[in-house]
Design a protein around this ligand. Structure first.
Ligand code: SF4
Length: 155
């Protein structure tokens, strides 16, 4: 990988903030170019607004059919590290050598061990408004953001 500036110490890592469809595609393009990509999203999972849609304008294509392969590619890419439930707190440094401070919410689930079986959500007694569905229904306190998520990221 080559960098435009050579007079400063440069890094080969980038951060993409927002894991919607454009954030995932940006992360994939950058990762394919050889960059280490940190893909950050404040929600408990990537997918963004498109995950909430049935069809997309103007072609009326199925939103999840477009998005699912990108979810899988993003989740499996060796150059992409997904950081969910997180917000940027501070950015310092110069072009080519930024430092980013990130605040991440506690997940209370070990995602390396979680299989996404959903038993904890079934057993959870706490019901909360479901923001993903515009609060027209409820979700449990432990939940998957949406049904099509790969089996690991329960918050
Ligand atoms: S979905 Fe819940 S019960 Fe199932 S493995 Fe993950 S944390 Fe455990």
């Amino acid at each position: 990988m080559s960098n435009v500036q050579t007079d400063k110490k440069m890094t080969g890592a980038v951060m993409v903030v927002g894991g919607g469809i454009s954030g995932m595609q940006s992360a994939l393009d950058l990762a394919e170019s050889g960059f280490k990509v940190y893909l950050l999203d404040e929600k408990p999972a990537i997918g963004g607004t498109m995950a909430r849609l049935d069809k997309t304008f103007p072609t009326n294509d199925c939103a999840m059919c477009i998005m699912s392969p990108k979810l899988v590619d993003t989740g499996r890419h060796k150059n992409i590290e997904i950081i969910t439930g997180a917000k940027v707190k501070e950015v310092t440094g110069d072009p080519g050598n930024f430092k980013v401070k990130v605040a991440q919410k506690a997940r209370y689930v070990d995602i390396k061990k979680c299989t996404g079986c959903g038993d904890c959500a079934s057993a959870c007694p706490v019901e909360l408004p479901n923001e993903f569905n515009g609060e027209i229904d409820t979700r449990k306190a432990t939940y998957k953001l949406y049904a099509q998520l790969p089996p690991t990221p329960l918050p």
